[in-house]
Write a protein that binds this ligand. Structure first.
Ligand code: ADP
Length: 491
């Protein structure tokens, strides 16, 4: 059933619109606000406070002030806050999903899936909070003991993107809370509403003032730059583009900040001759179309064995072009609009470039009326090597397909990128599966499955996809510092 206008208005009216600093909501010091747009209509949903450097400093001051007491808060208490927040998010699934669809555009079912995924990070890290490990070792020469402890790194700056407005936030907030770090979150200015709703939930769940502070801003570098230069900040965790990530790494070098960088992807999707074709097409649909293609894990290039390429292409085309595109709140819609006009022109540009190089396309359809940034699900075949579609992240519903003949050729093509987040591999042969998984240069490999995201697993990339891991046992390590205590024992 489509959502009523009254429901939309109720959900928007309930969302806080201020900056969240030291446990309370306030306007930006400048009094400025930013309009949050519904990407499927181009209309303003609501205005929220538009912070700047001065607000960022207030947020960091609150975080630094709360750090000592928060680090001393028993792990069980920190974990219980996360656990309560997990339950509250799950309990409010429908409203949060609607909020997400309104600000970001994805269909309600996708929003629900993201919110469930986002909440799971809180559940996972509620369990990790009480399992922070230590170690006690005899020194090899005798006489001494080595004690290894882990302590919270200190106040952290979290910068998140617009494509998963809630999961990218909980994936950082969860381990920071579990580890005992306080934080300043700067959500993407296109989609800040879910993060603001999260602050309210965490407050209700018992999070003390100052532990989480949120500053929305249209001046990202002007607001975060001074924080990165400030001695009170001890870590930066960023999810976003490789270009911005590199600039943040450079900025933080002067202070040798601890960093976690989840950057762009250019995922290959390799279908070997012995693959189960039904499974490969199903997996391709998920790997490509989860979040409408607006995911750093999205399959960006399909390499299919020549013996299967025709069948695979025609089946994928049939599935892709049949998808119903429209406003995410409408019943039966499977693909929403792209998030912005800028994102839309980037997709148009990359497909035009491929066409200019002789590629062929088959595209589905988009709604006829409306001002949304809609792009039809599209399959591109006969893609030549030089097409930008194979080297740049398309971040939209476009699937380029290339044929290969040998495993070596597939691996070489898959690895021919400076990025290395995830690779997908379809084969029924165990030996080939393991051999090729080892040779694919990526932080993650989806073997016979089109989705790798899982709160219990270490998400992250290699090469220019960044460093650091989120989720899994590894996720909390990013927020902990190792301290070694050298103990001399008397005889
Ligand atoms: P995308 O291409 O997905 O929009 P970006 O890297 O531009 O990725 O954005 C990811 C996040 O980084 C957003 O919160 C955005 O506001 C923020 N951001 C963009 N530029 C900068 C910058 N120069 N300094 C700090 N944060 C930035």
């Amino acid at each position: 059933m489509s959502v009523s206008a009254a429901d939309e208005a109720r959900v928007i009216a309930a969302v806080p619109t201020g900056l969240f600093i030291n446990g309370s909501w306030r306007e930006a010091a400048s009094g400025r606000t930013v309009a949050i747009e519904d990407p499927s209509t181009g209309q303003t949903l609501v205005e929220v406070a538009d912070g700047a450097a001065v607000d960022g400093f207030a947020a960091l001051e609150a975080a630094a002030g709360a750090q000592g007491a928060w680090a001393a808060t028993p792990p069980r208490e920190r974990g219980e806050i996360l656990r309560r927040a997990f339950q509250m998010i799950t309990g409010r699934l429908a409203d949060l999903a609607l909020l997400m669809t309104l600000e970001m555009g994805k269909p309600l079912a996708d929003s629900e899936a993201e919110i469930t995924y986002a909440a799971e990070f809180f559940r996972w890290f509620s369990e990790e909070a009480v399992r922070i490990p230590g170690d006690y070792r005899p020194a090899p020469a005798g006489g001494g003991r080595v004690v290894v402890m882990r302590q919270p790194v200190g106040p952290v700056l979290l910068i998140t993107p617009w494509n998963f407005p809630m999961a990218m936030a909980t994936r950082k907030i969860g381990p920071a809370i579990a580890a005992g770090c306080t934080m300043v979150l700067k959500p993407a200015e296109l989609t800040p509403l879910c993060a603001l709703a999260l602050a309210e939930i965490l407050t209700e769940a018992g999070l003390p003032p100052g532990v989480l502070n949120i500053v929305v801003t249209t001046d990202a570098s002007g607001t975060t730059g001074p924080l990165i230069a400030d001695g009170r900040l001890r870590k930066l965790s960023f999810t976003g583009s490789t270009t911005v990530g590199k600039s943040l790494v450079k900025q933080s070098a002067d202070r040798l900040l601890r960093l976690s960088m989840e950057l762009g992807g250019n995922a290959p999707f390799v279908v070997c001759a012995d693959a189960d074709l039904d499974a490969a097409v199903d997996g391709a649909m998920v790997a490509k179309m989860r979040n409408g293609g607006e995911a750093c894990t999205a399959a960006n290039r399909f390499y299919v064995h020549r013996s299967l390429v025709e069948e695979f292409s025609s089946r994928l085309t049939e599935r892709m072009t049949a998808l119903r595109v429209g406003r995410g709140t409408d019943e039966g819609v499977e693909v929403g609009p792209l998030v912005s006009a800028k994102q839309h022109s980037k997709v148009v540009e990359l497909v035009d470039d491929a066409l200019g190089h002789g590629a062929r396309i088959e595209a589905g359809s988009i709604p006829e009326e409306g001002r949304g940034h809609f792009y039809p699900p599209t399959v591109v075949t006969a893609v030549p090597d030089e097409a930008r579609l194979l080297s740049e992240e398309v971040f939209g519903p476009v699937a380029p397909i290339v044929a290969f003949d040998t495993d070596d050729e597939a691996v070489a093509a898959a690895n021919a990128t400076e990025l290395g987040l995830v690779a997908y591999l379809y084969t029924s042969d165990l030996n080939r599966a393991l051999r090729l998984s080892e040779r694919l240069v990526a932080g993650m490999v989806g073997l016979n499955q089109g989705v790798v995201s899982n709160p219990a697993a270490p998400f992250g990339g290699v090469k220019e996809s960044g460093y650091g891991r989120e989720g899994g046992r590894e996720g909390i390590e990013e927020y902990l510092e190792v301290k070694y205590l050298a103990i001399k024992l008397a005889d």
